[in-house]
Design a protein around this ligand. Structure first.
Ligand code: HEM
Ligand code: HEM
Length: 182
């Protein structure tokens, strides 16, 4: 693979995901978020959560959500196989550039949130007692929203193209040890 240590100080992203993995991630994340959000909206306004009969949209959303959840688990396994160990290596302590630390922290936080999401999802499906369900559902969805938000920071989608270009043009802008020649 191309993640040779000598590339670690390069201003470009050092851990590009293969395009197919990026697509799997984006698609599953979008499906999970949309079906989760629509379910919340319908359930608590005109559905079972508002004292009405369960709305057909609730059922449809959870059907799709359940399918997407399996795809989500596949996506996590896919990342566990290559991206996470590679990311762990390139963000090791020898390379203390601030943005690399951000990647490490947000990456680990996302993994923890993923564990919480999977556990609460499992509980929701198999044994959440009726009176725990709403709280557990909100915890589950809240972890989902937090993970999505962290993903934007982690994948550096919030950085404008301008900022990225400036970063490339002035690699010594920050007096970071990793941009100095060794
Ligand atoms: C659920 C967990 C994770 C997800 C969903 C995730 C997702 C991503 C995505 C979408 C990118 C952008 C790749 C691209 O531009 O092609 C990325 C980059 C990266 N990730 Fe992760 N990642 C996760 C966990 C981790 C962990 C645990 C680490 C390290 C400890 C890590 C380190 C990195 C690094 C160093 C980059 C390169 C960013 C850059 O140079 O701009 N990731 N990740
Ligand atoms: C890999 C990620 C995810 C997995 C494995 C997962 C799994 C599950 C499972 C198994 C259920 C129970 C389905 C049922 O009772 O029929 C569920 C429900 C739900 N999920 Fe997810 N989910 C994930 C991500 C998300 C995300 C990102 C959101 C964000 C909105 C979300 C929101 C919800 C909501 C609102 C419910 C209904 C909760 C309730 O019944 O009270 N999920 N999820």
């Amino acid at each position: 693979m191309s993640h040779h240590p000598s590339h670690q100080h390069h201003p470009h992203p050092v851990l590009r995901l293969p395009a197919w993995q990026r697509r799997v991630l984006n698609l599953t994340a979008a499906l999970l978020l949309v079906t989760g959000i629509v379910w919340l909206g319908v359930h608590y306004s005109i559905g079972a959560g508002a004292g009405e009969l369960p709305h057909p949209l609730e059922v449809l959303c959870m059907r799709v959500h359940g399918a997407a959840a399996f795809a989500g688990l596949f996506a996590l396994g896919m990342l566990a196989a290559a991206h996470v160990p590679a990311g762990w290596r390139v963000t090791r302590s020898a390379h203390r550039r601030a943005d690399r630390a951000t990647q490490r922290h947000t990456g680990v936080a996302m993994l923890s949130l993923a564990a919480l999401i999977v556990l609460t999802g499992y509980a929701l499906y198999y044994f959440a007692p009726e009176d725990w369900r709403p709280a557990m559902g909100w915890l589950h969805a809240g972890a989902g929203f937090a993970m999505a938000a962290l993903g934007f920071v982690h994948a550096r989608l919030l950085r404008s193209r301008h900022a990225a270009a400036a970063h490339v043009a002035q690699p010594l802008r920050e007096s970071s040890p990793s941009s100095a020649p060794r």
